[in-house]
Design a protein around this ligand. Structure first.
Ligand code: NAD
Length: 483
């Protein structure tokens, strides 16, 4: 059977790419091609932006109630097909089906519902002046905006951008990752069924240079919301600077998890610490890949931690018993294996894992890596500085609070940190000192969609989530009336 061909969504119609070129989409669990994605180009972007421009005035004039209603309807349609979406997401990305079913797709539904609700209760400010004047701020949509998302949480991060963009009254040209294009394509089909007017939401599939670049450079695209690697983020910042375009950049990380000697290391907390390193094969931007442990408990903690990591099962993503599935691509598998080899060369001791996992049957040619724990590397070793984005955690001992903070802050990244302590004062003190956009205390990946989301330094520019996202996708205009 020939692989299914995905379509672009332009002006409310499902279309083949104008140049009729296609990219193979692989199933990481098996290494086989199972779909083809449009290898679109600038001509498809031009058509999508033109459609989005035509649709923009009417969409901006649609009431918030109406926009909210349509987004809720879209959320209903996704929710009714959770199983189909989850199976597709798992097949496309290699993540365990159970994770796609419990995390990715429900969260995509929540993203749509959250912004559908937020837009109807959103208000702008007014500032009265005693001398007899009042200022009020209009928050107007920007027009056409571009949304670019990565492969690790495909539908989850795609909806995290398009929901606030559409809710705020913008029309959207979106580009999902060419490595995991499937669930976005299915969502695109559902936007037609939900009744979004033609041109309000467009999807152009394809590669970064072929589609992403003309999208960000397009003069009619007023803002770009991007999630992906720091290298691509830098390129986007450079390319958009001369147009003074609004950009929101969510990029890479090298996150620390810090365990103090006074932490409550219950089974549940240890499980969360393990999950914070290995969930989704470590392919979550928020995963803690540097595990800092206070020296006085280091030896004991290490044994308990390793026992749990060794118990993690790598297997067919379809099996309920698989804790880890396949890495997303052969290229990424090679990168992660290269990072492990480099850790060895730097003098790191591999305490567990450190190798590929060979499965059999349908998974014999998939891209599986054993959960890997390394120790013995200095905080400034390459392994402890560069983002690996795989199932690899490096253990680093520390003596006191000041050293923990220095090591944690001592990379170029600043996305998310977690810390484990029962000392309330320490929790607040260290939380304030950590140079990260997000700090979790005695938890990890506990998300409230109202909170600001994003990183500092090379991890991010701007924030997503809650009102931050609605502010990003609108232009404030102050109007002053003298009376
Ligand atoms: P990537 O930068 O390679 O690609 C991300 C997206 O950008 C893809 O859709 C890609 O096609 C597109 N792109 C590539 N080149 C482009 C260009 N020149 N112009 C415009 N678009 C272009 O990243 P990836 O490998 O897909 O994702 C993994 C990275 O994403 C990791 O670094 C991870 O930390 C990061 N990430 C960050 C967050 C966050 O919230 N901070 C969340 C998830 C992933």
């Amino acid at each position: 059977m020939s692989p299914k061909r995905l379509a672009n969504l332009i002006d409310g119609r499902l279309e083949a790419p104008r140049a009729n070129r296609w990219l193979d989409v692989f199933e990481p669990a098996t290494g086989a091609v199972f779909a083809q994605c449009p290898d679109s180009d600038a001509s498809d972007i031009d058509a999508a932006v033109a459609a989005a421009r035509r649709a923009a005035p009417a969409w901006a004039a649609t009431s918030a109630d109406n926009r909210s209603h349509l987004l809720h309807r879209l959320a209903d349609l996704v929710e009714a097909r959770v199983e189909e979406f989850a199976a597709l997401e798992s097949r496309d990305s290699g993540k365990p089906l159970a994770l796609a079913r419990s995390l990715d797709i429900p969260r995509a539904v929540s993203n749509l519902r959250y912004f559908a609700a937020a837009i109807v209760s959103w208000s702008s400010q007014s500032h009265a002046m005693e001398l007899g004047a009042i200022n009020y701020t209009l928050r107007q949509p920007l027009g056409v905006v571009g949304c670019i998302s990565p492969w690790n949480l495909p539908l989850y991060l795609f909806t995290w951008k398009i929901a606030p963009a559409l809710a705020a009254g913008n029309t959207v040209v979106a580009k999902p990752s060419e490595i995991t294009p499937c669930t976005a394509a299915l969502l695109g089909e559902l936007t037609i069924e939900a009744g979004l007017p033609p041109g309000v939401f467009n999807i152009v599939q394809g590669r970064g240079p072929g589609v992403g670049q003309p999208l960000i450079e397009h003069r009619q695209v007023k803002a770009v919301s991007f999630t992906g690697s720091t290298r691509t983020g830098e390129m986007i910042a450079t390319a958009t600077a001369t147009q003074f375009k609004k950009v929101s950049l969510e990029m890479g990380g090298k996150n620390p998890a810090i365990v103090f000697a006074d932490a409550e290391l219950s089974d549940a907390n240890l499980d969360t610490i393990v999950r914070s390193g290995f969930a989704n094969q470590g392919e979550i931007c928020l995963c803690g890949s540097r595990l800092l442990v206070q020296r006085s408990i280091y030896a004991n903690f290490r044994e308990r931690y390793l026992e749990r990591v060794r118990a993690l099962r790598v297997g067919d993503p379809n099996e309920a018993t698989s804790d880890l599935g396949a890495l997303v691509s052969k290229e990424h598998f090679d990168k992660v294996m290269g990072c492990i080899a480099q850790a060895r060369e730097e003098g790191g001791d591999i305490l567990c894992g450190g190798h590929a996992v060979q499965l059999d049957g349908r998974c014999a040619n998939g891209w599986y890596v054993a959960p890997t724990v390394i120790e013995g590397l200095a905080p400034d070793a390459v392994t402890n500085q560069q983002e690996i984005f795989g199932p690899v955690v490096s253990l680093i001992p520390f003596d006191d609070e000041a050293e923990a903070i220095a090591i944690a802050n001592g990379t170029g990244y600043g996305l998310a940190a977690s810390l484990w302590t029962t000392d309330l004062s320490r929790a607040h003190r260290v939380g304030a000192e950590l140079d990260f956009g997000i700090v979790w205390i005695n938890c990890w990946l506990l998300r409230d969609l109202r909170t600001p989301f994003g990183g500092t330094k090379q991890s991010g520019l701007g924030r997503e989530g809650g009102e931050e996202a609605l502010r990003f996708f609108t232009e404030p205009k102050n109007i002053c009336i003298r009376y």
